[in-house]
Design a protein around this ligand. Structure first.
Ligand SMILES: NC(=O)C1=CN([C@@H]2O[C@H](COP(=O)(O)OP(=O)(O)OC[C@H]3O[C@@H](n4cnc5c(N)ncnc54)[C@H](OP(=O)(O)O)[C@@H]3O)[C@@H](O)[C@H]2O)C=CC1
Ligand SMILES: O=C1OC[C@@H](O)[C@H](O)[C@H]1O
Length: 396
């Protein structure tokens, strides 16, 4: 990690693993000026990007994100993790690949920021956490919403008792991809519904609903009072075998609290795209309610309604800052800033999403998928690391 007297900001040097949609979105955020979001303690440097298919693909990616000319293109993930100039690797492959790819990076001594869902199984998450711990490396799940100022404000309101004792949280992230003939709009090979890529509503979208339930009912508890919930799931499978809709009731018995996490690829949370149906998230307490307007992955507004408010609703807008010079700003830079601060402070995990919480959430998803009879192949569910796995070499 570079920090010098001529460069007052702490600089983190990134390697990007994969060249798809989210790799592009994240990298563009990484390249924005931190000052455009009021950040003056950390900055990010793009060292390299790697494609599992070819160096040319990585070259094309660097051109698309308008990377500095110093950025290197690699035609394999192995080359990326071997680059001594890289401090941290951002894993942006499909869910199926996360375990092997993150292990590849950790094994090479790299810190890791890994896209959601962190893994396909909870056992894989346990293994990654144990590896990061043993190797004294930073490791964080890239559920970007966690690191939004909006989420931090909502967690603080709950902890400060703004809505009294919280008893219930209801969260929905559903996309209406029904095309009317029984099918969804995704090709069966698409990562959203393809079991070979660990597709399905829960791992892709339900993770956000669970994130909100956990932020409201679990994260805010004192460490010694955190408890794993009981889980009851209703799962509807798509013809590919992946789940198209999953609804989960979570009960935290000690606290007498209930979470409801909903997700679907068939029907939408927001039917007309204008939040007409109301908030995507409702956090209900003895003295009021916090309502977060969707989409649950990129919320821009929350409302606080209190019993004592006499009908007054506090509406708080939290727009995503843009870097005008690059004409960009999506909101993924906040998770990158969090990773950078953790590295600066020598922390191995983020307090916004500790390892134990990623594990607790993966255990809920494991259980829900088990109850729904959703299964994935051995190749993508094994928790045995194989550097030569096709998931690492790209030899499909
Ligand atoms: N935080 C967020 O808002 C979002 C997060 N995501 C998460 O990001 C991850 C990637 O999603 P997304 O970018 O939409 O996916 P894409 O399909 O657009 O990209 C995935 C990339 O992974 C690499 N890859 C390696 N092996 C395979 C394979 N067998 N099949 C397909 N791709 C492969 C490819 O890059 P190459 O071959 O060049 O290495 C590909 O471009 C997922 O975990 C998803 O949940 C996705 C969207 C939004
Ligand atoms: O993480 C995500 O958020 C946005 C969705 O459109 C996408 O499918 C998902 O992967």
């Amino acid at each position: 990690m570079a920090s010098s007297s001529s460069t007052p900001l702490f600089t983190v040097r990134w390697g990007i693993m994969a060249t798809g949609w989210i790799a592009e979105t994240f990298t563009k955020d990484l390249l924005t000026n931190p000052a455009s979001r009021g950040v003056d303690d950390v900055r990010h440097e793009l060292i390299a990007a790697a494609s599992s298919s070819s160096k040319q693909t990585a070259d094309g990616f660097l051109a698309k994100v308008k990377a500095p000319s110093s950025a290197k293109a690699y035609g394999s993930y192995h080359e990326l993790v071997a680059d001594p100039d890289i401090d941290i690797v951002y894993v942006a492959t499909p869910h199926s690949h996360h375990f092997q790819n993150a292990m590849l990076a950790l094994d090479a001594g790299k810190n890791v920021l890994c896209e959601k869902s962190l893994t396909v199984t909870a056992a894989q998450t346990h293994k990654l956490v144990a590896t990061a711990r043993a190797k004294n490396l930073f490791f964080m799940e890239a559920v970007w919403t966690r690191y939004f100022p909006l989420s931090i404000q909502v967690r603080k309101l709950i902890q400060d008792g703004a809505i009294g004792t919280v008893y219930r949280a209801i969260a929905d992230l559903s996309l209406g991809n029904d095309i009317g003939d029984g099918n969804l709009s995704f090709a069966d090979s698409h990562r959203m519904v393809n079991p070979d890529l660990a597709g399905g509503a829960l791992l892709d979208l339900g993770i956000y609903s669970l994130t909100w339930v956990f932020q409201a009912l679990y994260h805010v508890q004192p460490e010694e009072e955190k408890e794993a919930p009981d889980v009851l799931a209703a799962v509807t499978k798509y013809h590919t075998g992946a789940d198209e809709s999953t609804s989960i009731i979570l009960q935290f018995p000690k606290h007498k609290t209930t979470g409801i996490a909903l997700t679907s690829l068939r029907i939408a949370t927001d039917v007309d795209g204008h939040n007409t149906a109301g908030p995507a998230i409702r956090i209900q307490g003895s003295a009021g309610e916090i309502q977060v307007m969707g989409p649950a992955y990129r919320p821009l507004q929350y409302r606080v309604v209190t019993k004592s408010g006499g009908g007054k609703v506090d509406v708080v807008d939290c727009p995503i800052p843009r870097d005008d010079a690059r004409d960009w700003g999506h909101g993924m830079f906040w998770e990158a800033d969090e990773a950078a601060r953790c590295l600066h402070d020598g922390k191995r995990e983020s307090a916004s999403l500790p390892w134990s919480e990623s594990i607790a959430i993966m255990e809920v998803m494991d259980e829900a998928l088990k109850q729904g009879g959703v299964t994935y192949s051995d190749l993508i569910t094994t928790d045995i690391y194989d550097p030569q796995s096709p998931l690492n070499t790209g030899k499909r």
